[in-house]
Design a protein around this ligand. Structure first.
Ligand code: FES
Length: 281
């Protein structure tokens, strides 16, 4: 059943920890952090593939060192982007895939400067304002408190401070480590309703709108954008972040957004909110 929200005014400290945060790390530290992150988890979960396979030279993505690349290692024969492994992602790739989707969406795992990411295309500009009964996904901006009384937050408060956080050209990118136990789960985009937490384990990448973590079955909804709170694993500092909604399963909160821009048609990530990814070592 879909979560219900009671809308309330945003608290005055809504952007604490994001704008003017004191728990910051610089770009150099982030790149090292990202490589270390990917190395540890990929070695653990994929064994013989090893980490060296995804170390990217600066500018190696074909669109500058900010370019996002498809990551289909081990899934070359089943993922729609299997033949594009380590090629730079383009908006046209996602538009073409979404055109064959029943919900107007497409998702793909990627790697960005050694960091695992997931990119989702939601045909928002085509379906915003159309009846939800048509089953076509569009972005939803969540806010307020959930039914348990937990504050979810106003995505717009963060996006107004930095418009780059808004989905860019119907694309949204998130950090690809689950907020439950930080694994990189071989995300699947599963078939379901985009407004409810219905899901099909073992689903393919096409035609769904929930990101499914194969580790312990957490689900995340890349169409539902919200502000949430998480904790720096190293120093315990809490921070608010813009993210996508946790739809179900043991994960405590949603996944943080990585803002993007288009360089021509190539999708690039922006390393401005690296603190949001520090809930994992
Ligand atoms: S690590 Fe994703 S559900 Fe446990």
């Amino acid at each position: 059943m879909a979560r219900e929200y009671e809308l309330k005014p945003a608290p005055s400290d809504a952007v604490d920890g994001v704008v003017g945060s004191t728990t910051t790390i610089n770009r150099r530290q982030f790149l090292r952090y990202g490589f270390n992150t990917a190395a540890g988890v990929l070695t653990a979960s994929l064994g013989v593939l090893g980490f060296s396979a995804i170390l990217l030279p600066p500018g190696g993505g074909g669109g500058g060192d900010l370019a996002v690349q498809f990551w289909a290692k081990g899934r070359e024969d089943e993922a729609w982007y299997g033949a594009k492994h380590l090629q730079p992602m383009t908006k046209a790739d996602f538009e073409a895939e979404a055109a064959s989707s029943s919900t107007g969406t497409a998702g793909a795992a990627g790697v960005w400067n050694g960091v695992p990411v997931v990119v989702n295309y939601v045909s928002h500009s085509n379906y915003a304002g159309t009846p939800e009964s048509n089953g076509k996904a569009r972005f939803q901006f969540m806010e307020g408190y959930d039914e348990t009384g937990k504050y979810v937050g106003h995505f717009e408060d963060l996006a107004e401070a930095d418009p780059r956080l808004m989905p860019n050209d119907d694309l949204v990118m998130v950090f690809g480590r689950c907020t439950h136990l930080c694994c990189i789960p071989g995300w699947q985009l599963v078939s379901n309703s985009f407004t409810e937490d219905s899901w099909t384990p073992g689903g393919g990448d096409d035609g769904g709108t929930k990101l499914f973590c194969i580790c312990h079955s957490s689900r995340f909804d890349p169409t539902a954008l919200e502000m949430n709170t998480n904790r720096n694993r190293s120093n315990g500092a809490t921070f608010k972040y813009a993210g996508i909604r946790r739809a179900g399963g043991p994960a405590p909160v949603g996944l943080p957004i990585i803002p993007i821009q288009l360089n021509g048609d190539v999708i690039e990530g922006l390393p401005d909110y690296v603190d949001w990814y520090t809930y994992c070592d």
